[in-house]
Design a protein around this ligand. Structure first.
Ligand code: PEP
Length: 728
């Protein structure tokens, strides 16, 4: 069985990583290509609003076209940001529950929508990868099915693989991803898309591309006979063989012509098409692109008019392209300017260049450059011929180089952050080890007998009569913070191994500020101690016998526990005291045997409700410590961890308040100090136990004498347990 579960996890982990790559990269790419061209995505969204009959976002919306434009642009940026950051989180395993949940919600909305698009075909491509990759609506639907399945899988098993960035620092790369995406969106909006996936890239020979896209599609006929489908050209149709049954007719473009290369560069002067003349013209043609007169930004008119003067002076062509050429001419005439205005489709204008107005330059059918009007250089600097000026240069557009630059800008800081995380973890661990060694040396030096130390108490302790005011000299510098789980009688062997591995995996993703221990039933001990790295995750038994060995059927000795590789044993738990009659005397024996076998003891103490109500809690706790532990030497005490567990708070959901816990912990430390001296008391970790949860752990652990927790119920769930570990 254990083998089976190991095998399963061997399959699940690579599957999780594969799903992270598939879903994460898809979202990341989808967000990126949208972020690169927010205006293009906004145009696509407007198409959707019309196709889906969303009236208040249609061009004739009562809210006005400005509202629709702003809404579409904001939605485009928000969508790309959401997809990109989600893609990052999924790819690198951050936010392991939230990220697949959001991915799944997205897919549950998108998949039925794309099924509708595939069936009804109201828009011919969904635009999910902007204009970078054009998928048919059916392809998009199948892609979404795969992503939905992978998101469900991640939702179930994402915790099986580690995250690249620890929980404490994951917000930094997440924020960086958001800033990166927003920056490219802003730059692409202000200037032109950093990556141009449209057919009108600078350097394109529009004339040649038009000739290609004018190519007529070939009709292919599909017939079926005896279960076999075959394609026929129109003149090959098997008319004479009636067994062939017609199935479908498809259109296919000639080889080498891709559908997204189709150009609609049609220009009209009134009703006459003049595209050919313009495309054939060997002179320089400056084109002012105005997709809509209403939104036309006239702040750049001076620059445009100086360009016009320059073109006029040097006999270059200069004209305006707009869907509303007549209105534009009238407007210009009113301003005393006479510019040739030709008609072109709004979408084509917007596809050529972003900006209203934008300027483009063409010669001999080749598109030299295109810019938003605000980026037009000051032409008054060039009173010479255009040759030799930047205006006569074809803008260099190397898509691969741009991809590499953008990927470097994004990936290098992520690598840097990862290395920082590793370095910090390394130094923290080193510092911790150094501190422990230092303390061990100090203890060895100052080791004296219990009696001598007791004499020191009077001189060492600075105390008030009030228990809460015990004042240690070096608060929390000498002792360890510990979070220890107590699984009690829960989990089969296989479930226990899974849980332990889950805790270990989660620990590997963080640099906890405390030691972490899991207390397991005997049956799990050997397997778990051999499975996990016990240097990172301590393993504890929940009990051991009060006898060395022999005819004690059903008992497990301290030596047996130690032989499994476990380092700790929980003793004196209230459930053992109450249900198995463990007295102070029995516990004293167990502690001695545990220590003799080199086990560290997590010793539980705590009062029942009636004792607290009778105001006897300090008396009871003190007696529990004195009767089972105060026979130990100061050196032995080194291996004792105390766990104050008010019995009324165990498994009841009732937690001691932070003040109650601190008051009792200070009292316990004072009691230890009175016996062993301040330094020993200072070095003793005192844990709190009793309905400790992620929600109250921080408040409890913030107290100066609370050094962690012994956790029952919440230790049976990785997330909850880690929530408590993270409280430090
Ligand atoms: C315990 O039994 O040690 C304990 C603290 O339990 P819980 O956290 O479930 O109250």
């Amino acid at each position: 069985m254990a083998n089976n579960s190991q095998k399963t996890s061997k399959i699940i982990k690579p599957a999780v990583i594969l799903c992270r790559i598939v879903v994460g990269l898809t979202f990341l790419f989808s967000g990126f290509v949208k972020g690169v061209d927010p205006v293009g995505v906004a145009i696509k969204l407007k198409e959707y609003f019309v196709a889906l009959g969303i009236d208040f976002l249609s061009p004739s919306s009562p809210l006005g076209s400005d509202f629709v434009a702003t809404f579409s642009l904001t939605a485009a940026v928000a969508l790309s940001l959401f997809e990109f950051v989600l893609g990052f989180a999924i790819l690198f395993g951050s936010y392991r529950k939230l990220a697949p949940t959001l991915a799944l919600i997205t897919m549950l909305v998108m998949t039925p929508l794309t099924l509708y698009l595939a069936i009804e075909n109201p828009v011919h491509d969904c635009g999910c990868f902007g204009e970078a990759v054009v998928l048919s609506n059916w392809q998009t639907f199948y892609k979404n099915l795969v992503l939905t399945a992978a998101s469900i899988f991640l939702l179930l098993y994402n915790h099986k693989a580690v995250a690249l960035y620890a929980k404490q620092m994951r917000s930094v790369p997440t924020l960086f991803s958001a800033i990166f995406l927003l920056s490219i969106s802003v730059v692409s909006y202000m200037y032109q898309p950093i990556l141009d996936f449209r057919p009108y890239k600078s350097g394109t020979n529009i004339r040649e591309a038009m000739q290609q896209s004018d190519a007529q599609p070939e009709y292919i006929f599909i017939y079926e006979k005896d279960g076999e489908e075959r394609e026929f050209a129109i003149d090959e149709i098997p008319m004479n063989d009636t067994l062939w049954r017609f199935v479908d007719r498809i259109e296919r473009l000639p080889e080498g012509v891709k559908i997204n290369e189709t150009l609609d560069f049609y220009i009209y002067d009134n009703d006459t098409e003049i595209s050919e003349d313009i495309l054939m013209d060997e002179n320089y043609s400056f084109m002012v692109l105005v997709p809509s007169i209403k939104d036309y930004d006239n702040s750049w008119d001076d620059k445009i008019l100086s360009l016009y003067d320059y073109a006029f002076e040097h006999s270059y062509n200069f004209f305006v392209l707009t869907p509303e050429s007549e209105e534009f001419s009238v407007r210009m005439n009113e301003m005393g300017i006479s510019l040739p205005c030709y008609t072109m489709d709004e979408t084509v204008i917007e596809t050529i260049a972003r900006g209203n107005p934008a300027i483009a330059m063409m010669k001999d059918g080749i598109l030299y450059w295109k810019i938003a009007a605000r980026d037009l250089i000051d032409i008054t600097n060039y009173n010479t011929d255009i040759e030799g000026t930047p205006l006569a240069k074809i803008e260099e557009y190397n898509v691969n180089r741009r991809y590499i630059i953008l990927a470097t800008i994004y990936i290098l800081p992520l690598i840097f952050l990862y290395l920082c995380q590793k370095a910090v973890a390394h130094f923290v661990e080193k510092a911790r080890v150094r501190r422990r060694k230092l303390f061990a040396t100090k203890r060895r030096e100052s080791k004296t007998s219990c009696e001598t130390e007791q004499q020191n108490i009077t001189t060492n302790i600075t105390e008030d009569s009030d228990n809460t005011n015990y004042k240690p000299k070096n608060f929390k510098t000498m002792r360890k913070n510990i979070v220890a789980g107590n699984w009690k009688m829960n989990k089969t062997l296989q479930e226990g191994v899974e849980l332990a591995k889950g805790v270990e995996t989660a620990l590997n993703e963080r640099t906890p500020n405390c030691d972490v221990i899991i207390g397991t039933p005997f049956i799990h001990l050997a397997t778990i101690a051999a499975t996990v790295d016990t240097k990172k995750l301590g393993v504890s038994a929940e009990n051991c016998a009060d006898k060395v060995s022999g005819a004690y059927t059903g008992e497990v000795s301290a030596a047996m526990v130690a032989s499994t590789g476990a380092e700790y044993v929980i003793l004196g738990h209230s459930e053992r005291r109450a249900y198995y009659g463990e007295t102070a005397e029995i516990l004293k024996e167990k502690v001695l045997l545990a220590l003799a076998n080199n086990l560290k003891v997590i010793f539980c103490i705590g009062e029942v409700l009636e004792e607290r109500e009778a105001g006897k809690e300090f008396e009871v706790v003190k007696a529990q410590i004195e009767e089972s532990l105060f026979n130990l030497t100061a050196e032995d005490w080194n291996k004792i961890i105390l766990a104050y567990e008010p019995v009324w708070a165990i498994g009841t959901g009732k937690t001691a308040t932070a003040e109650q816990a601190q008051e009792m912990h200070a009292f316990i430390r004072k009691t230890v100090a009175e016996k062993y001296g301040e330094e020993v008391a200072e070095a003793t970790s005192i844990l709190y136990g009793g309905s400790c949860k992620p929600s109250n752990a921080k408040e409890l652990f913030a107290n100066k004498d609370v050094d962690g927790g012994l956790i029952g119920g919440a230790s049976l769930d990785v997330e909850q347990f880690m929530g408590i570990v993270d409280a430090f």
